[in-house]
Design a protein around this ligand. Structure first.
Ligand code: 6PG
Length: 265
């Protein structure tokens, strides 16, 4: 019997049960194939989005970068394209590289190419991080202002995204919260410029208070290359990985993966 840390108890291997909305326990779901993984992730995204729109007439999403989201975007843009009123979705980012929006490494560019260009999303519903600014800290400050204005935040308040999509890197980073970087300790600001020594680059990232104030957070993980870090993240609380500090105080935490990524569980 696997000894799960209290916060990573699985719903059930190959669980077919639909995660409860606002469940207090993290949901770990392992799917037999990548096809089933991304279909289930799209289905959950749309179910949460429909509920948010039913309740508040809008769905606020923080997208992730990297390559894994491409397959989710592909599902949303095809099989699930009619499942949401896309003009009521507001797109934000959990992190961005310190580059202009048309650079190949841009998380915004990846989302635009694979998702946002597929729907008539109003321009003012796409609120990207200004990675083109020479000073990453200035970019972070501007984005923080954008969030404060959009969510009408009073000082000391944090935005509550309906859905935050996250990936996990081989070192256990998530968003642009990398091991040993300054942004890991940020408790006041919503967004931080973050120097990542291991990649000799600046990043812009939301901070843990934002991630942990979300209504739904989904880690989406694919491939055997992630099996080791997923096993460590979900079974070794002493690993002290950045991804392990994502624990929504009053929201759903979901780990969705294919069985190769979940091989170590
Ligand atoms: C980024 C992401 C980052 C990503 C992981 C996993 O800007 O790169 O936000 O946190 O999610 O590095 O990336 P892959 O999906 O490419 O494995």
């Amino acid at each position: 019997m696997t000894s799960w840390p209290y916060w990573a108890r699985p719903a059930a291997p190959y669980s077919t049960a639909q995660p409860e909305l606002m469940s207090s326990e993290p949901q770990v779901r392992v799917f037999p194939s990548t096809e089933e993984l991304f279909r289930a992730a799209a289905e959950t995204f749309c179910r949460i989005g429909s509920e948010a729109i039913r309740q508040r007439e809008r769905f606020t999403v923080a997208l992730s970068g990297g390559s894994t989201p491409r397959s989710l975007h592909q599902q949303l843009a095809t099989t699930f394209s009619s499942q949401l009123p896309w003009d009521q979705v507001f797109f934000f980012w959990g992190d961005e590289r310190h580059v202009p929006p048309d650079f190949p490494e841009s998380n915004f560019r990846m989302a635009k190419e694979t998702l946002l260009s597929k729907f008539p999303v109003p321009a003012d519903h796409v609120l990207r991080m200004p990675g083109e600014l020479p000073d990453a800290n200035q970019a972070a400050g501007l984005y923080e202002q954008t969030l404060r204005e959009f969510f009408h935040l009073a000082p000391g308040q944090f935005p509550r995204f309906d859905f935050v999509l996250l990936g996990i890197g081989g070192d256990g980073h998530t968003a642009s919260l990398f091991p040993g970087t300054k942004a890991l300790e940020e408790k006041q600001h919503l967004v931080a410029g973050n120097w990542v020594e291991q990649h000799s680059t600046w990043r812009i990232t939301v901070t843990y208070p934002v991630l942990n104030n979300a209504a739904n957070v989904m880690f989406l993980v694919e491939g055997s290359g992630k099996a080791g870090i997923v096993s460590k993240a979900l079974k070794d609380p002493s690993a002290n990985l950045p991804c392990q500090r994502v624990r929504p105080e009053n929201g759903n935490l979901m780990w969705y993966m294919d069985q190769t990524a979940g091989a170590g569980l």
